[in-house]
Design a protein around this ligand. Structure first.
Ligand SMILES: [Fe+2]
Ligand SMILES: [Fe+2]
Length: 275
């Protein structure tokens, strides 16, 4: 390949340092005031084709009140790309960066790739085992999967189909670990936030019928949160679960499924969290 000519730079003489004004020894240096980064988070917005115009106020309010918006999966109701087209139009009202993961509903019609590409733009980030740093906060995310919690978690045993079900949750946990590790390696100074659709702990699905808990999340997803010193994790999926919980190592977990926020009386269905 032909080499581009390099611009010529004339060396400049080194200027002697000018003495600065003497500092008062009586005044201690004040610590710099660092403004927290405010996160707005919601899951399960389940946008439909008939929702045109219904989400503009939501995105305007989130943009006014927060620095980053997290969308924790089930962005569409039936998993149609057409629904994502409506959402993409509504999201024009959003002026802050958006970080998303997909949910099980977004996968239902096998149009999840179209949904992702329809919503992707400069300030919209989809996470699936990767990470992004925004305003000095690190976000890692995956969809997650089911499998149950604690001593009732499904184990890798029996039929091939059962093992495949378990493997899906193992793979999602490994992807989350990879995203969080990448933040640790490349941005060790940032605080880490995790984004999921499925729940990593039982506490935030409490309220749902116990019989369906294994389909709402899996304890395997909590292992990377504990190991990687995550500050907080946001998820959805369990629409009638519980807003707040924590992992065995004290990582805060918030189930921000829209119906939970509405039931809790949030004027606008997003949860605010300062980092
Ligand atoms: Fe949902
Ligand atoms: Fe879901």
């Amino acid at each position: 390949m032909e080499q581009q000519p390099q611009p010529h730079v004339t060396p400049q003489p080194v200027q002697p340092l000018q003495p600065t004004a003497p500092q008062s020894a009586d005044l201690p240096a004040l610590p710099a005031q660092v403004k927290p980064v405010r996160i707005a988070a919601v899951g399960d917005i389940h946008v439909r084709e008939t929702d045109k115009g219904k989400w503009v106020d939501f995105f305007k309010a989130a943009s006014d009140q927060a620095d980053v918006l997290l969308l924790c999966g089930d962005l569409t109701d039936h998993g149609y790309a057409k629904e994502a087209e409506v959402l993409a139009e509504e999201m024009r009202a959003c002026t802050i960066p958006v970080v998303c993961v997909l949910g099980n509903h977004d996968h239902d019609k096998d149009e999840h790739e179209q949904i992702r590409s329809c919503l992707l733009r400069d300030n919209v980030h989809f996470l699936d085992g990767d990470a992004v740093v925004i305003k000095n906060v690190g976000f890692a995310g995956v969809k997650g999967f089911g499998g149950g919690f604690d001593k009732y978690m499904l184990s890798m045993f029996g039929e091939v189909s059962n093992k495949a079900f378990v493997q899906e949750a193992v793979d999602e946990a490994l992807k989350l670990e990879a995203g969080l590790s990448r933040l640790d390696t490349e941005h060790p100074e940032v605080k880490k936030i995790a984004l999921l659709h499925y729940a990593p702990i039982k506490a935030t699905v409490e309220g749902e019928p116990e019989a369906i808990h294994p389909f709402l999340g899996c304890s395997r997803l909590a292992e990377p949160l504990n190991r990687q010193n995550v500050l907080a994790c946001f998820h959805g999926h369990a629409h009638i679960g519980t807003l707040e919980g924590e992992t065995s190592k004290g990582v805060k977990v918030f189930n921000v499924a829209k119906p939970i926020l509405q039931k809790a009386g949030f004027a606008m269905p997003f949860f605010l969290f300062d980092v």
